[in-house]
Design a protein around this ligand. Sequence first.
Ligand SMILES: Nc1ncnc2c1ncn2[C@@H]1O[C@H](COP(=O)(O)OP(=O)(O)OP(=O)(O)O)[C@@H](O)[C@H]1O
Ligand SMILES: [Mg+2]
Length: 235
Amino acid sequence: MSTPVLETENLVKVYGKGATRFDALKGLTFEIHEGESVAIVGKSGSGKSTLMHLLALLDEPTSGVVALGGEPVTALKPKKVSQLRNATFGFVFQQFFLNPNQTVLENITLPLKIAGVGKSERNRRGMEVLEQLDMADKAKNKATNLSGGQKQRACIARALVNRPTVLFADEPTGNLDTATSEIVEDILFGLHRDHGITLVVVTHDEDLAGKCQRRLMMQDGEIHAEEHGATGVHA
Ligand SMILES: Nc1ncnc2c1ncn2[C@@H]1O[C@H](COP(=O)(O)OP(=O)(O)OP(=O)(O)O)[C@@H](O)[C@H]1O
Ligand SMILES: [Mg+2]
């Protein structure tokens, strides 16, 4: 089998200490291969977001290893880690808000700006992604003037603009109505199917989880079961 795009070994995350110590992840070891779609499911507080933040290199484990393309990340300097994160990952996280006073195009091209891409190339690539998501007509709108579903699509556009290998999504359909959820799901799985993007999705939505090729079921900081095979129509 190919080298996993992401792998963990005995991943542990402890929050706080003493009386307030909380073991959020209790030693997880697993692999995610390039082009896979993986859902992380489980009850509120089971450690899903904590795990995703560690996988996405947004936080550091208390102990254990996250390796990217076979290379342990702990061995790298922080600057190298942020470069890797910006070049390899896209994020659709609810806490990564759009800047309401910037235009949609400015918002979604931010990862390219961080990567040092010049303005005309940024705008060209930004428009390309907005067209892909059927949002080109909103490019010059202030982000504040979008509907909920459009905001979510703008977040996806921003996640895609740097052509990531792995797309992380934390409850991507959490606040959306059924019709908009379906649009967002179609976009995510379309990217997975047509562009071979690796999808890692945290979700309470059984329908969305069922469309992924693999489900990691979390309970109290552990993966207590794993399911293979999509049950939905998309895979
Ligand atoms: N910074 C922190 N300090 C202390 N405890 C934390 C911190 N962040 C998370 N926790 C605790 O770790 C546990 C796992 O949190 P996490 O956010 O990963 O859960 P989750 O599975 O994503 O839940 P949800 O479905 O509600 O989003 C929870 O019990 C939470 O209270
Ligand atoms: Mg969460």
